[in-house]
Design a binder for this molecule. Structure first.
Ligand SMILES: [Zn+2]
Length: 272
């Protein structure tokens, strides 16, 4: 579908009343509008006024839901007075909020986000206190619902959301073409594999057709990719897939490639 630009956001209506805001082609935010309410799935870095952005697409009250507690999914929460997050990622969220005022004055942040952070008065920035969201919760938007499923792996408190009516799933960083499982806050590959098998069953039963992730989704992920992911994770857990050691800003891990899908797992022998 056609993409338009709104400041630093690339906007696409992925289904009727459902918008993707791709912040600087880095992190994705989704706006789901129902008959009575709207839901914003993740808030990316929230570099510009997200409330203003959203007001161009809906005038319904907005509920914010975070797929997990990573900074590139929650930092824009401060534009809103409410947010939901699974309690297992709560400590991580609190830490980011606590460090926000120091963070915006860091030289690399000033260099990288200078235009966006130069006028921010940290004293004036208030984050909501997130309410817990967990397996089985249903967000009723009026004529449309979003169902919550926990999917521990990428982080302990990761969730995915399902819009059964439109046959869509919003997966954050849990179902994604480059999965990170090597973080301190990640669960083991074995636990992720269990999560993945469970979610594959849920999505298949619900007839979900497209998966929208929190980053790269120029195109939605087809549900068939879950089969590739399960196969890959089974081989990894069994020690039957060769990986390569990689290092990035988040640390060291072993990267595995399998039929076009990639995952970085913890270094072998590392206690989790
Ligand atoms: Zn993440």
């Amino acid at each position: 579908m056609a993409e338009t630009e709104h400041g630093i956001y690339f906007v696409e209506e992925v289904a009727k009343g459902i918008y993707k805001f791709y912040e600087q082609r880095n992190a994705s935010i989704y706006l789901i509008t129902g008959g009575k309410k709207a839901c914003l799935i993740d808030t990316a870095y929230g570099l510009t006024d997200l409330k203003e952005l959203v007001s161009h697409y809906t005038d319904l009250p907005v509920t914010v839901v975070n797929t997990h507690g990573h900074i590139d999914h929650i930092l824009g929460d401060h534009w809103f007075d409410n947010a939901y997050l699974n309690s297992s990622d709560r400590a991580m969220y609190n830490e980011i909020v606590f460090e926000f005022s120091m963070l915006i004055n860091e030289p690399w942040v000033q260099d990288f986000y200078g235009d966006f952070v130069k006028n921010i008065d940290a004293e004036e920035v208030h984050f909501p206190v997130p309410q817990d969201i967990s397996d089985g919760d249903v967000i009723d938007l009026g004529g449309k619902t979003l169902e919550v499923y926990e999917m521990p792996g990428h982080t302990k408190g990761s969730i995915v959301l399902i819009d059964r009516a439109d046959k869509l799933c919003f997966s954050g960083d849990s179902i994604i073409e480059n999965l990170w499982l090597f973080l301190e806050e990640s669960e083991t590959p074995e636990i992720y594999l269990d999560s993945l098998k469970h979610i594959r069953e849920v999505l298949t039963d619900a007839g979900i057709e497209k998966i929208y992730d929190g980053h790269y989704s120029y195109e939605p992920i087809p549900v068939a990719m879950l089969d590739t992911m399960v196969e890959a994770m089974e081989l990894i857990v069994a020690g039957k897939l060769e990986g390569t050691e990689v290092e990035n800003h988040a640390g060291k891990g072993i990267e595995y490639s399998y039929n076009g899908w990639k995952v970085i797992c913890p270094l072998r022998g590392e206690a989790k």
